[in-house]
Design a protein around this ligand. Sequence first.
Ligand code: BES
Ligand code: MN
Ligand code: ZN
Length: 489
Amino acid sequence: MLVTKKQDDCLCCDAVILPFAGSTALSVELPKNLAEAVKAAVDQEKFSGECGSLYTMNLLGENGILSLVLIGLGDENASNREAYLAFCKALKYCKDQHCGKTVVYLDNAAARLENNPALVAKLCECPWLVSYDFTAYKSNPAAPAMEQVEFVTQLPDFQAQLDEAAVVAQCTLHSRDLVNHPSRFMTPAQLGVEAQKLAQEYGLDCKVFDKPQIEALGMDTFLAVGRGAVDEPRLVVLRYMGASADQETIGLVGKGIMFDSGGYSLKSKMATMHDDMGGAAAVIGAITALARRKVPVNVVAVVAACKNMISGDAYVPGDILRSMSGKTIEMLNADAEGRLTLADAITYAIREEKVDRVIDIATLTGAAKGAVGGRTAPILSNDDAFCGVMEQASKVSCEKVWRLNADKELRPVLNSAVADIKNSSPGNNYGGGTIVAGLFIQEFVEGKPWIHVDMAPVNWLGEDSSYCCKGATGYGVSLLYQTVKLLAK
Ligand code: BES
Ligand code: MN
Ligand code: ZN
C-alpha cells in the first residue's frame, strides 16, 4: 500500500474521493467535469452531505472510467469515530470496485479537519486498514484491489501526521496477522519468534522464556493453564526504554491464549478460538509502534503465551494453584483461563520488570459483549486519572471503550473455602461476569495504577466491515499507542 501527499496535478487514477464536512458545499478546485457532476448530484438531491452518506458516480477520466465518490464526514457534532467509519466506507467502495489508485481531495472537509489533527491522522490510517486482506494461506491470492492513495491537501503538518499514521496502521495490520494465523502455526514458540523478529528490526529488547525458565520464575498458575498442550508455553517480554531511567515504566500485559478450547470446561464452539491472543497482538503492536516512533517513554510488554487444551495432564476443575504472587487459587472453571495467565504475567511485570503502572488487555469474557455491545471494549480501573487518559486516547484512536464499575460488592463471589481466591464462581447469581473477571485481576496489581481492557467484543469480526475484513481487527494497537503517548507528555 502506497499512501502519499499528492505532489502533481494529474488525475490519472481510478477513483476520486471527495469528503464533505457536514454540508454539500464544494470548497476545492476540481476539473470541470468533476465539479459539474458534483453540482448535479447535489442539485438533484442524490447526496445529502450527512455523516456517513455516500454517493458514487462513474465519469470519464484520464485513465478511462473514473469513480467519483462523495462521502459525508459530518460536522463537529459527529464524533471522530463516525467520520473515520464514513471515510472507510468510501475507501471500501473503491476497494470493491478494484480501484488501484485513488485520489482524495481532503481539503474539501477542511472545516472539519483544520482544528482536528487527531482526525486527520486517523483518516491517514484508513487506506491501510481498509486495503488489508489475510491471504497467507491462499494458493492463488487475488492481487491487492487497492494499491495507492494520494491525498490532495494543504493542511499544516500533514506529512508528519501521515508518517505517524503509517506506523500505527502498519503495526495494526501486523497485529491482525498475528491473530489471523491459526494456532497450529502461531504457537507460543512462534509468537516468541515473531517478537524477536520485531525486536531485531526496530531495536527493542526481547526475552523469550521457555518452560524450564517459566518454572524457575514460579509461574505455577500460568503453567497450569498451558499444561494440557503439546506446544509448550513461552513468556514473551519486549522492552522499549525511550525515556531516562528515572522516568516511570509502563507495563502492557496482553492475554496470549494461542487457542482456547476451554480445557476440561470444554467449549462447544471454538472454531475461532485461535483469536484468544488479541491482547498479546495488541501490546506487541503498540510497543513496536512506540519504538518505531521513538516516543519518549519507558514501556515493557509482557505476554504469557500458551494453549488451553485437554490431555491426560491438563489442569482440572477443583485444582488449587499457587500463583507467582504467592496467592493460592481454587480453579473451578478451566475456561476462565485468561485471568490465570494474566495474574502471573502482571506479577512478573511488577516484581521482575518493576513497572509503575499496568494496562492489561484481554479477550476475557463473553459477558463483555452482552454488557456493552460488539463495538466497544469495557474497561475497569482503580485510578480515575489514568483511566481518563485512556478515555481521551480512545477519542483519538477511534476505538471505543466504556468504563464499568469495579464494584467491590461483587468481590465476595470469588471467595474460596479452600484457597485465597477462586477463578470463577459457578452458580454466581450476581451476574457481572466482566466485572468479576476484572476484580480477579485487580487482586494481582499490588495497588499500582491499573486499567483492564476486555477486548472480547471487538477483537474479531464475523463478517467484512468497512474498516476491516472478516477476522482479526487489530483493536488496541492504536488505543495503547495513544494512551502511552499521552502519558509521555
Ligand atoms: N476467551 C474466552 C472469552 C471469549 C469468549 C472471547 C468468546 C471471545 C469470544 C475466555 O477465556 C472465556 O472462556 N471466558 C469465560 C469465562 C467464564 C468461564 C467465567 C466466558 O466468558 O464464558
Ligand atoms: Mn476460556
Ligand atoms: Zn480465553
